[in-house]
Structure formats: C-alpha cells, structure tokens
Design a protein around this ligand. Sequence first.
Ligand code: SAM
Length: 399
Amino acid sequence: MALTLPPIVQREDPEEVPEIPDSGSLPELPMVVTPPVPTAQPMTAPRLRRALSPETFGLPENFPGREDLRLRDGHGRALTDLRLSVTDRCNYRCVYCRTGSEGAQFTELPIAHYLRMLRIFVSLGVEKVRLTGGEPLLRHGLLDLIQEIARLRPAFSSAPLDIAITSNGHLLAAMAKDLKRAGLNRITVSMDAVDAETFSRITRIPNSFERVRDGIRAAQDAGLGPVKVNCVLLRGFNDSQIEAFAEFSRREQVIVRFIEFMPLEEGRSWSPQMVVPMREILNRLSAVRPLVAMPANHASETARRFTFDDGVGEIGIIAPVSEAFCGQCSRVRITSDGKLRTCLFSQQDHDLIGLMLRGATDDEMISWIRRVVQRKEARHHIGEPGFLKPSRSMVHIGG
Ligand code: SAM
C-alpha cells in the first residue's frame, strides 16, 4: 500500500506549542530543581563501591572481575546505549509516524527522576545516552538535564560519556549554542525530504524545511557537527529524494542516513512493499557518483557507511528490516513515563518508575534492572508470520 501525501495543513506555529501538553491529559509537572549529581556512583557491590569515588574516572582496567559487573542481557550482549524519551509531545505530525489526530499519550517525569535512572544505568556500564521523544527540544529543563548528565563518568571506560539528541530540528536554530554549552556532544536531525514542499506535506507544518535546514546549520556552527540527518524512506512516497539527499550531504557537510521503514507507526500503513531495501538505495546512489565503503566506527554501529569517490559527503544506511542487526544490539530504552523497554518491538513495558516511587534503593533498582534485561528479546520478527506490532509506536517509545 502506498502512502499519499496530504495537503499542507495550516495549524498554529509549533513554536507556540511547546508549553502546552497537546493531549490535555498531562498532569501539571512541578519545576524540579535538580540537585548536583556527582560522578556515577558505584552501586553494584561493596567492592565496586570502594573502587569508585567521585574523583575516580571509571573503574580501573585491572579491577578484578570488572567485565562481570557490566549490565548484560541473557544473550551476553553488553548494554551500553541508553535512549531516554524526555517527553511524549511532538510539534510535528509526520504522516508515516502519527495519525495526525493523537497528541501525547503518556506523561513525562520530573527531570530529577530521569537523572536518578540515568546515574544507575551509567554505573552499570552505559556509555552513550541519547535523549529523544516525542520532540526532546520541547522539554522544559532539557538544558539542566544535559548539564547534569555531562557530569557523569562511565564506570567501565575512561572516555567521557557520549551525550546525543535525536530531534526534528524545528527549534534547533535558537537552541544549538545552549545545547553545546550544556555539554551535548552530537545531534541527529530527522528530515525525510530535501524538497521543501514534500517536507511540509510530510510534517504537516508549513515552512518546516527551512526551519530544520537552518537548525542543522546552526548546530554545525555551534560545534555539534558533523550533524547526522536521518531520513526514513518509504516507497512511492519520498524515495524520489535519494539522489537529492546525496547532494545535500555533499553541500551541507552532513552525514545523511537512510533508514528502512519499520512497523512502528501509530496507524497501520506498514507493508513489506513499502520498505526501500539497502541494495536498491546503494544502486541509486552509485549512479550519482561511485560509492566507497567506510569502516564502521564501532562493533555495534547500526549504519553501513559510505562516501563518494572524491571523499565528499557521507551516507549511512540503516537496514533493520532487510539486514537486521539485532545480534549486536546494545540498547535499552526508558520512555517519557519511566518505563523500561528492552526492544523497540517489545510487547511489554517494565515499570521502573513504579519501583522507584515505591521507595526502592539504588541496589534494589539495579537487581531489578538486571533481572529485566536478562529477558531482552533476541531479535525482532518483522516480516515473519505471526509478527505482532509492539505495544507502543515509535513516537511514544523514543526513536
Ligand atoms: N522528534 C524527534 C525526531 O523527529 O527525531 C524524535 C522522535 S522520532 C519518533 C525519532 C525517529 O524515529 C525519527 O527519525 C523518525 O523518522 C523515526 N521513525 C518514526 N517512525 C518510524 C518508523 N515506522 N520506522 C522507522 N523510523 C521511524
């Protein structure tokens, strides 16, 4: 089934939306003054507790049994990558993601609650934190949150914690410098067309292309580059943009990453025929200029990387459907309402916030987290008979 682009709908300027929860059902959240958070505190065992102090940068490499203390799932995968959704609200209604009629469905937590969860995960071996949503730039207190995360130190690595955001970029031009100053390292901007009219039809927001492009440029100027630009490709919908995105990557010096469409939308539009597979994208790009493969940055990298024969531009292809990479999955997710998810395609959330609000100690939370991630799914089952859509769609999980 092909998705057709709707006409551009005039609605209130999304800049005005941030302050107002759009479902009307969100509770008033108190402004939380976050207490300073020290270097990731050891919380697994007394010996780990002794080994780390706020002054210690990570756990010494020769610490006995060091690797055994890492958070691992039942398949032996180390969980080093945490995605945290800081709001369920979004100021875009991308037609392949949202039905257009639904607002936020889930609440958001005070910043201090997210911080406590993050500290615990960092003490267990998380090395990358990605803030997402909804649209994370809508979230009050985001800069405070980033500042506090930037004070954490990974427990098992001497490298600093990697702090990234995934955003639609609509509010980025005004915020890029502050985000950098707060300690953000990297930003990924979602952009599904480089043709301005097509883009507005996808986001349902007039002039959104110019806003997002300016946001990307501001992020590059603020030192958040190279910016990654993620484009979800849908056959017969925006796949005509592949070549133009290659030019965009070269001209704007951004890393363009094409992502296969997954059955994670609010509506029911996904079908295997809509997925534009990696092989086809590569063939199309090669016709622009010969492609040259680039090495992966690290073992769990989801994108296959390419540049062109003159070294200008970078393209990544993320193919979770046609070439699944679940075997290397290092991710866990926390939703805006504080539920732990072990896979995008999980049928179940795990009530981390409930445990926390019932007064669990850090050690109790750690034991619970270790038990939950033991059952992390081996892989997704997209395209297989009996595949069940996950219990939440992408926008309500945090992509
Ligand atoms: N508002 C932020 C943004 O636009 O980047 C963060 C949330 S958004 C849900 C995160 C990413 O998920 C976006 O890049 C979006 O394109 C992607 N996404 C949404 N639905 C998807 C689907 N069904 N398959 C693949 N990616 C999807």
